[in-house]
Design a protein around this ligand. Structure first.
Ligand SMILES: C[S@@+](CC[C@H](N)C(=O)[O-])C[C@H]1O[C@@H](n2cnc3c(N)ncnc32)[C@H](O)[C@@H]1O
Length: 238
């Protein structure tokens, strides 16, 4: 396994090598790569399994933010085939593939931006997201986490599997590079682009706690996705 310094050296080199590569709009990025998408994402195979095992068996309805073709859902439905899922994604091509894979499941697929979509209040047993939220700045996540919190039933779970920056330098370097590239290409603020800007674990947990969550568990496995179980506190009985 690489040390942090070796990892950062490789990252700096990769950023230098790709400095001239144009930024790509989010859903176009995934549509263009749909043919090899699931094979590429199979890199996360054991993380998907770990993720599905962390979802409580008692869940009956869940919301999946950035579900794509549903690689996490493949595993979750293996364990709980009756689970009702609402999956949101910007990319209609990925959602079409998800629906084709699971015609017999209780699935509502919504092609929309999850920052815009109304999640409702006290509605979901769990909200989940795998490898989607590392594309957004902390201010946007802050509002989203508050929206997720309101939408969960008391005691409900937000299960977040994502790319976490290994140190503050990685978080800052990627964010500054992204903002610079956006400025240079005059990309409007409301346009989503595919560029990874992960937060450190400490920063991610701070945002979740600020939204009201208690952190139940952090499942961290070197070389795999970090999985955070955040719980909506049960309201005290009166
Ligand atoms: C790396 S893929 C992961 C997909 C799926 N969770 C998986 O692990 O296979 C990230 C997904 O997030 C979706 N996405 C990114 N930003 C989004 C947004 N604002 N609203 C809805 N979906 C979004 C992308 O379209 C893409 O399908």
């Amino acid at each position: 396994m690489k040390t942090t310094e070796e990892y950062m050296q490789d990252l700096r080199k990769w950023l230098a090598d790709t400095a001239q590569a144009p930024l790509e709009e989010m859903s176009t990025f995934f549509s263009k790569r749909i043919d090899g998408y699931e094979e590429h994402m199979s890199f996360w195979e054991s993380s998907y399994r770990r993720f599905s095992n962390l979802l409580p068996d008692s869940c009956e309805n869940i919301l999946d933010l950035g579900c794509g073709t549903g690689l996490e859902l493949d595993k979750i439905w293996q364990k709980n085939p009756r689970l009702a899922v609402t999956g949101i994604d910007l990319c209609s091509d990925l959602l079409d593939m998800l629906q084709k894979k699971h015609p017999d499941k209780r699935l509502t697929a919504i092609c929309q931006d999850y920052f815009q979509y109304d999640f409702g209040v006290d509605k979901w047993d769990a909200v989940i997201s795998f490898e989607s939220l590392h594309h957004f700045l902390p201010d946007r996540k802050k509002e989203l986490y508050q929206k997720i919190y309101r939408s969960l039933v008391n005691g409900g779970i937000f299960l977040l599997g994502d790319y976490i920056a290994c140190c503050e330098e990685e978080e800052t370097l990627l964010r500054d590079t992204c903002l610079k590239k956006r400025r240079e290409a005059a990309i409007p603020d409301d346009c989503f682009i595919h560029f990874d800007i992960p937060l450190t674990l400490a920063h991610e947990l701070e945002l979740l706690r600020d939204a009201g969550f208690s952190i139940e568990r952090v499942s961290d496995n070197p070389e795999e996705a970090t999985i955070i179980t955040a719980k909506k506190k049960t309201a005290p009985s009166t």
